[in-house]
Design a protein around this ligand. Structure first.
Ligand SMILES: *[C@@H]1O[C@H](CO)[C@@H](O)[C@H](O)[C@H]1NC(C)=O
Ligand SMILES: *[C@@H]1O[C@H](CO)[C@@H](O)[C@H](O)[C@H]1NC(C)=O
Ligand SMILES: *[C@@H]1O[C@H](CO)[C@@H](O)[C@H](O)[C@H]1NC(C)=O
Ligand SMILES: *[C@@H]1O[C@H](CO)[C@@H](O)[C@H](O)[C@H]1NC(C)=O
Ligand SMILES: *[C@@H]1O[C@H](CO)[C@@H](O)[C@H](O)[C@H]1NC(C)=O
Ligand SMILES: *[C@@H]1O[C@H](CO)[C@@H](O)[C@H](O)[C@H]1NC(C)=O
Ligand SMILES: *[C@@H]1O[C@H](CO)[C@@H](O)[C@H](O)[C@H]1NC(C)=O
Ligand SMILES: *[C@@H]1O[C@H](CO)[C@@H](O)[C@H](O)[C@H]1NC(C)=O
Length: 604
């Protein structure tokens, strides 16, 4: 048996040529399959309860997966100096002794996936300085201790997913100076292990899945200068990306999927000028705002599928000259206007399917390019109007388009002049109703050309009516209602004259958030009268002060008077009894013959 086991692969291959393979099974551990030419030993799924022995010393690849091995002993694989790959996956390993892999000086890949490891003592991985790939996923590891990986200077990829990690010690990744990719998945970490990550100077790709963290705090990824790809996915509680959370990073690809973001984190992304791939899919984001992504100069692709997108505002991708792919399938978009893009002509791939699209003039540009744009095998489909409902863009004939993809410009319905002459303090309404297809949006502009907001004293109501509450003299002037849709604009001007009232009458004060103190000095005068800064006037104040001072003086005086009587009575008890009765009479009958001491007590 011993002799057989030391037979070299060279001999094996000669035997193989003679068709004798299998006969000479001695150099191979029983139950294993050996492939001498490939220098492979496969002991997978053979019901081993412990690591088999008797491998040929020039074995390059050893597969002991799918067994029932529970422990790996110290220097278990010594003598396999040529081993390049070792697979211990799918066993029941709960214990690996220190220096278990010592001697494997050429090993490149080590898989210990799907076992029962809870803890990895420091020193387990000693001697693995050639290792490039380590898979520790699907174990039950709770912590990574300091220096766990310290000798693995050549490790490039670490799979640590699907463990129960609650903590990664600050120096756990010490020594992993060449690690390029790290995967963490389904762990119970409660915060980003910023300090531990900062040891990973070569890290280019970081993947973190299924964490319960709610916030990406500022400086979460400091000192990861080479990181280019960051994937954050399935963090169902993540709803906050702090403005400086990604600072220090120079990413080309960022994925924040299946989280709880309700808005695109514009300010956190701003500095990522090399970013070309952005995926924010499966977040409850409702709008991509205009002109806020312009700093992402090199952005080529945006994926925001399965969100709650209702609008992509005009200018959303302005400045993005390289933008070529938009994947917004499965949202609530009714349209996508050409003005969203910096240059719609550069768009190559567009996924717009599974959105309730309104097929009007706003989508004409897409349907016109329907043969040039790549819809990735999923044609957009009309949802409205009813005449074209459920028709695919591909199925429209060119000559139908001018009739079908149409809009009716916005027009204001009641164009009668509106003019209001009111007294100060009155509330005034100006209506503005418009029609068109798509339904026009209504904005109001003041005579100073400022848009009126939906909140404040002067505001636009949801039905488009302009409301001026508690009119002030300075509100006088003209206001313009603008009704606009993709097909055209309409406008209407109204006038307001507010008459000032004599200053002797009170005007109702309107207090609400959003009321900015009027700059008009007259009004300032009014409000100064209305809301006095102090609860008393000057007279009250003087009286109060005087009274306070007087009462102080009188208490001091009374004190002196009492002290005077006391010292008098004390002196008389010693020497004379002539005016002794004066204080005693004040003590009433019961006291009788009270001495000086009792008297003093009473006084106090
Ligand atoms: C990790 O979280 C899961 C789910 O919340 C829980 O079942 C498990 O016990 C936690 N593990 C540890 C080690 O805390
Ligand atoms: C996601 O955010 C919403 C409110 O923004 C909150 O009601 C919900 O509980 C959050 N989901 C999770 C899983 O935290
Ligand atoms: C950022 O990354 C890009 C792309 O990898 C690279 O060309 C650029 O030099 C990097 N910039 C800095 C400051 O590291
Ligand atoms: C767009 O998203 C869908 C849904 O995830 C995906 O299947 C598809 O591959 C994406 N398309 C492109 C071009 O990336
Ligand atoms: C608009 O709404 C306001 C308050 O809801 C109402 O008073 C006004 O009559 C409405 N105007 C029109 C034109 O419907
Ligand atoms: C409507 O007005 C907006 C600005 O208010 C302008 O950008 C747009 O070009 C106008 N549209 C038409 C059709 O006149
Ligand atoms: C306010 O002043 C006007 C004259 O300026 C006077 O006629 C009116 O009676 C005054 N009202 C009150 C409430 O004092
Ligand atoms: C403020 O009110 C005083 C009297 O109450 C008046 O003399 C003064 O002119 C007012 N200031 C302005 C700027 O109206």
């Amino acid at each position: 048996m011993f002799v057989e086991s030391v037979v070299r692969w060279g001999t094996w291959s000669i035997l193989l040529h003679f068709g004798l393979f299998g006969v000479f099974a001695g150099g191979c551990p029983p139950r294993c399959v050996c492939q001498p030419e490939a220098k492979e030993v496969i002991c997978s799924g053979k019901h081993f309860n412990s690591v088999p022995e008797g491998f040929s010393s020039d074995t390059r690849r050893l597969d002991i997966s799918h067994n029932r091995i529970k422990t790996v002993g110290r220097r278990q694989f010594s003598g396999l100096a040529d081993l390049q790959e070792l697979d211990l996956s799918d066993n029941l390993i709960s214990m690996i002794e220190v220096e278990a892999f010592q001697g494997l000086q050429n090993i490149r890949k080590l898989r210990i996936k799907n076992n029962r490891l809870k803890i990895i003592p420091v020193g387990v991985f000693s001697g693995l300085s050639s290792l490039r790939f380590l898979d520790l996923s699907q174990n039950e590891i709770l912590v990574f201790l300091d220096y766990t990986f310290k000798e693995m200077v050549n490790l490039q990829m670490l799979e640590a997913g699907e463990n129960d990690l609650v903590f990664i010690s600050q120096r756990a990744f010490f020594g992993l100076q060449n690690l390029q990719e790290l995967i963490i998945d389904r762990s119970n970490l409660t915060s980003i292990p910023t300090e531990a990550f900062s040891q990973l100077q070569s890290l280019t790709s970081l993947n973190m899945h299924r964490l319960t963290i709610t916030t990406l705090p500022n400086n979460a990824f400091k000192r990861l200068p080479r990181l280019r790809r960051l994937v954050i996915s399935n963090w169902p509680a993540l709803d906050t990306i702090a403005t400086n959370s990604l600072i220090g990073l120079n990413l080309t690809s960022l994925v924040i999927r299946n989280c709880n973001l309700s808005a695109v984190p514009y300010s956190a992304l701003r500095h990522l000028v090399y970013l070309n791939f952005l995926d924010l899919s499966f977040n409850p984001i409702t709008v991509i705002q205009g002109n806020l992504l312009g700093d992402l100069l090199r952005l080529e692709e945006l994926h925001l599928i399965g969100g709650s997108l209702q609008r992509i505002e005009l200018g959303a991708f302005k400045g993005l000259v390289n933008f070529r792919m938009l994947n917004v399938t499965s949202n609530q978009l009714t349209t996508l206007e050409e003005g969203v893009f910096h240059s719609a002509g550069n768009l190559q791939v567009l996924r717009l399917d599974k959105n309730p699209l309104a097929c009007d003039c706003r989508l004409l540009w897409v349907v016109r390019r329907r043969l040039r744009i790549n819809f990735d095998g999923h044609q957009p489909t009309c949802f409205s109007p009813d005449a074209v409902r459920l028709r695919k863009f591909r199925d429209f004939a060119e000559k139908e388009l001018p009739k079908l993809f149409t809009c009716r410009p916005a027009s204001i319905l009641d164009r009668r002049p509106q003019e209001a002459r009111v007294e100060e303090g009155t509330t005034v309404l100006f209506s503005c109703k418009a029609d068109g297809d798509p339904f026009p949006s209504i904005t109001w502009v003041s005579s100073l050309k400022n848009a009126v907001s939906p909140t404040g004293r002067i505001r636009v109501l949801p039905n488009g009516t302009l409301e001026v509450r508690f009119a002030q003299v300075q509100d006088s002037g003209t206001y313009q209602c603008l009704a606009s849709n993709a097909a055209g604009n309409d406008s209407l001007t109204v006038s307001l004259y507010v008459k000032g009232l004599p200053r002797n009458r009170t005007i109702p004060v309107f207090l609400e958030e959003g009321w900015v103190e009027p700059p008009n000095p007259q009004a300032a005068n009014t409000s100064a009268q209305m809301a006095k800064p102090y609860p008393f006037d000057a007279k009250t104040l003087i009286i109060a002060t005087t009274m306070g001072f007087l009462s102080f003086l009188s208490s001091v005086a009374i004190c002196f008077v009492f002290m005077f009587f006391w010292s008098q009575s004390k002196g008389q008890i010693k020497h004379t009894a002539t005016i002794d009765f004066v204080p005693r009479s004040s003590m009433g009958g019961g006291g009788g013959d009270g001495d000086g001491g009792r008297f003093t007590m009473k006084l106090i």
